[in-house]
Design a protein. Structure first.
Length: 561
């Protein structure tokens, strides 16, 4: 995949890189994807992954995978493992370029001592509440800490004692000495180190203090020789602080930070905090719940890495935030699966169909193509008998105008099989149709008449004797409104959870070949949508997740526009 050829669309980031290469500023491009291991990656991260690794591929450079693991309270090896799995599944490889910010804890500490010795950092004893008070607001300047003018020797002594674990959590912090009157709040003497007596997932209990993200991130970039540090727009106001740290310290290089618009996708949330809330409070069934926008959830639902990469290419890179319609992602998934998904027949709401003139105790084998979009996919055998099931919605007792499917006295085509005509209905005590009695035309084998008569209605079906009982999980959007940033006053995003985001159908039946599926196999159930065998799939319990319907509303919207 990394060697695939694609039409490259220029954007402002590529223009910057092109100019840097042309001017000789850089000979090689080095980017990085720097997740914090405090949750599972989501589709927004997938955009960043594809951008950073894609640039490295296109410019024959390198992309590092670096875990910015500076907060042991929220981090876990589970998240590290899941992130590596997601990046690989998307088709990217960091090769030997795997790093952790914790690799640099000693260097980061030494750099902090340099700032202290240069009079550019001090140990502060303000509480978190006092820090907020002293910081000021966007319209009111901050106030200097009463501890700001401590001597270098006193600051060094206190900082070393902080490292030694002498003081309790939260009692002291190391802050940069910049400008409490700066209009940029990030420059108002930000905290560099805080005391956290928590074991780290890689360094154990070696450290009693941990560096802050803004301090760690830029220095890690410099140590690794990153040329272009690409991040989302919320870090634009942090760029002066990024540059300030690098300008004060003897780092090996000074990367350039470039910001782009993050992905906002309709009908979902991208906040790790909110996603964690959904998981921990049981609103979804884990990080890999197929309703989640996590890469793990999308993988389990049946989205393909090729579709997600295509989606990332289509939305492109911009400087302004905007909302992307979830239907565009669905469109990319359908486009990919249409080419590769094997076709199968299943019914979600079965009604029995009996062919009265078909031989008793006979099961016929018919040929069915696996994928009309792929001639190499070949054919399979499907069973046909006197007793079948069709979709209940494909029958109408009193058909409306333009109805081409089954109705009393109407002839229809059974896909890959025969023409059949409904002659009679059987109803239960409540007047509900429970069975259709039909006759078939033996001369129409394969679904084509020898006399040339044309049939407009074609229906899918399954053979009653060989059908496989399925559990079909029908997924819809997790939320009922497109923009979760526009919730009504007094409400929370939880008020917009979609009660029908998951409907479990245990009545479904599928053709016999579905018994041989494996977890992750993807199919187009004719006329029903794309489905994927779930992680829990087994021959004893065939479970399929609906990936997407066949309806392509995004493409229709584009046509209208």
């Amino acid at each position: 995949m990394e060697n695939e050829t694609k039409t490259v669309v220029s954007n402002f980031i590529r223009n910057i890189i092109d100019e840097d290469l042309k001017s000789g500023k850089h000979e090689n491009i080095v980017t990085r994807f720097p997740p914090e291991p405090n949750g599972y990656l989501h589709i927004g991260h997938a955009k960043s992954i594809c951008l950073n690794f894609g640039l490295a591929r296109d410019y024959q450079g390198k992309c590092h995978l670096r875990f910015d693991d500076t907060n042991p309270v929220k981090e876990d090896t589970e998240y590290v493992d899941s992130i590596m799995e997601d990046v690989r599944w998307l088709g990217w490889d960091w090769n030997e370029n795997l790093f952790y910010a914790s690799d640099y804890f000693d260097q980061l500490y030494n750099y902090a001592e340099i700032l202290i010795k240069d009079g550019k950092a001090f140990v502060c004893e303000l509480s978190m509440e006092e820090l907020r008070e002293y910081r000021g607001t966007l319209t009111v300047a901050g106030k200097n800490s009463p501890y700001r003018d401590r001597s270098v020797d006193e600051n060094l002594d206190l900082f070393r004692r902080m490292r030694a674990g002498e003081f309790p959590d939260g009692s002291k912090s190391l802050r940069a000495k910049i400008d409490m009157g700066s209009p940029n709040l990030n420059m108002r003497d930000p905290v560099i180190y805080r005391i956290k007596k928590t074991d780290h997932h890689r360094t154990g209990d070696s450290w009693q203090i941990y560096p802050m993200y803004d301090y760690t991130h830029c220095i890690s970039d410099a140590i690794e020789g990153i040329t272009h540090s690409i991040c989302t727009l919320e870090f634009e106001d942090h760029r002066p602080l990024y540059d300030w740290f690098l300008d004060q310290l003897p780092v090996p290089c000074h990367p350039r930070q470039i910001e782009f618009a993050r992905l906002n996708l309709s009908y979902t949330v991208m906040s790790k905090r909110l996603l964690l809330d959904l998981v921990k409070n049981g609103y979804v069934k884990g990080w890999d719940d197929p309703r989640m926008p996590t890469i793990a959830g999308m993988r389990r639902r049946g989205f393909t890495p090729e579709a997600i990469r295509e989606f990332a290419d289509r939305i492109g890179v911009a400087k302004a935030n905007s909302m992307v319609d979830f239907e565009l992602l669905n469109f990319c998934v359908r486009e990919d699966l249409n080419r590769k998904a094997l076709r199968r027949m299943a019914v979600l709401d079965p009604i029995k169909l009996t062919i009265t003139n078909y031989p008793e105790d006979t099961i016929e084998e018919l040929d069915a193509e696996n994928n009309p979009e792929d001639s190499a996919a070949g054919f399979r055998k499907i069973s046909f008998s006197k007793n079948l099931y069709i979709e209940r919605e494909d029958f109408m007792e009193e058909p409306m105008k333009g109805w081409f499917r089954m109705a009393p006295g109407k002839e229809v085509r059974l896909k890959h099989a025969y023409y059949v005509t409904c002659n009679e209905m059987i109803k239960d005590a409540n007047g509900i149709v429970t069975e259709l009695l039909c006759s078939y035309d033996p001369a129409s084998r394969g679904g084509w008449s020898q006399d040339g008569r044309k049939i407009k209605g074609t229906m899918h079906w399954v053979c009653a004797e060989t059908a496989v009982p399925l559990e079909a999980r029908i997924y819809d959007q997790l939320f009922t409104i497109a923009d979760l940033g526009a919730v009504e006053e007094g409400k929370s995003y939880l008020d917009y959870l979609n009660p029908d985001s998951l409907i479990i159908n245990t009545r479904a039946l599928g053709e016999s070949s579905l018994r041989d599926a494996s977890a992750g196999d993807k199919f187009q159930f004719l006329r029903l949508g794309y489905f994927s065998a779930d992680n829990d799939y087994s021959p004893e319990k065939p479970v399929f997740n609906r990936i997407s319907t066949l309806r392509d509303s995004w493409a229709k919207q584009q046509k209208k526009q």
